[in-house]
Design a protein around this ligand. Structure first.
Ligand code: ADP
Length: 183
């Protein structure tokens, strides 16, 4: 069973790579950003609360996110999961450790995708999602460095740094080799 977390700054390609990996290995792709965007589209209570926060590039409260992820992990594929966009704070990482131990997941690995700020800003500006305006992007980067980057330290023993710049399929091939322990 694959127990994976894909980690990195906004725009580094987590979503794209997580989608490809989940298709190829039959994993549950648990993207907290996608779950929140779906709630916004459906106009649920969560969606109403999340929309304003997301449009500013801020983080949805940890307790809400922890609940969402616990539920998703509880019904994940028997082949495993890839978490994308979570944990995004050290508080979330600590909660996740508790969820993993409750659910008996003890072989978790972290894929740490890397790209510099100039590259990711350009990519986000091109993507043009509703939270991809210049102002929001700058705030998302700030939030990333203030709140999310410290999570790297939390996973220093189980994380592998991987280059996120280049051809999508080539990056994917490298990630798959790492996941399959061939690299
Ligand atoms: P990106 O690709 O820019 O990292 P995501 O799709 O992962 O974007 O997330 C979009 C937005 O959803 C975030 O800016 C944040 O507002 C919210 N969000 C997603 N995941 C989390 C999380 N784990 N904790 C708090 N907020 C989250």
């Amino acid at each position: 069973m694959y127990q994976l977390i894909i980690f990195g700054p906004p725009g580094v390609g987590k979503g794209t790579q997580a989608q490809l990996i989940s298709e190829k290995l039959g994993l549950s792709h648990i993207s907290t950003g996608e779950i929140l965007r779906k709630a916004v589209t459906e106009g649920t209570e969560l969606g109403k609360k999340a929309k304003e926060i997301m449009d500013k590039g801020n983080l949805v409260p940890d307790d809400i996110m922890n609940g969402i992820v616990k539920e998703a992990l509880s019904s994940c594929s028997e082949n495993g999961f890839i978490l994308d966009g979570y944990p995004r704070t050290v508080v979330q990482a600590r909660a996740l450790a508790g969820i993993f131990s409750e659910l008996g997941f003890s072989e978790v690995r972290v894929l740490n995708l890397i790209a510099d700020d100039g590259e990711i800003t350009q990519r986000l500006l091109k993507r043009g999602r509703s939270d991809d305006t210049k102002e929001t992007i700058l705030n998302r980067l700030k939030v990333y460095y203030d709140s999310t980057a410290p999570v790297k330290e939390f996973y220093s023993e189980i994380a592998k740094d991987l280059n996120g710049v280049g051809d999508v399929e080539e990056i994917n091939a490298i990630l798959l080799r790492v996941i399959r322990n061939e690299a």
